[in-house]
Design a protein around this ligand. Structure first.
Ligand SMILES: [Zn+2]
Length: 113
């Protein structure tokens, strides 16, 4: 799990809870002045993170994994079930990245049908 390894670079103090429940600010591991906005999506929304990895793949990025790691309240189960049950994120990363054109992955459209 590449993302899980990268999540180790993120320190607990680099994660801040935002005003809205389920929203977080996570500091970039590349630049200490850069913070990504992350949201678990709540009841009606979809999870999102403003980092490049997430916007390219729609898959949970290292910032999500860092929160799973450090925050007792927000876990994988906190993601909306319609997102978790999406077939794309059940695939092993190697399969996804070797066989699928990442720009063709549209988990939000699929799961909202
Ligand atoms: Zn991210």
């Amino acid at each position: 799990m590449d993302r899980l390894e990268k999540a180790i670079d993120i320190q607990p103090e680099h994660i801040k809870e935002a005003m809205n429940k389920g929203d977080f600010h996570v500091r970039s591991t590349e630049s200490k002045d850069k913070w990504y906005q992350l949201s678990f999506g709540g009841k009606d929304g979809m999870p999102k993170c403003t980092c490049q990895d997430f916007s390219h793949t729609g898959l949970p990025c290292k910032h999500f994994f860092a929160i799973f790691e450090y925050n007792a309240e927000w876990k994988w189960d906190s993601l909306p079930s319609r997102y978790r049950e999406n077939p794309h994120i059940c695939l092993d990363d190697d399969i996804v990245f070797s066989q699928v054109d990442l720009t063709m992955i549209t988990p939000f459209q699929i799961s909202s049908q």
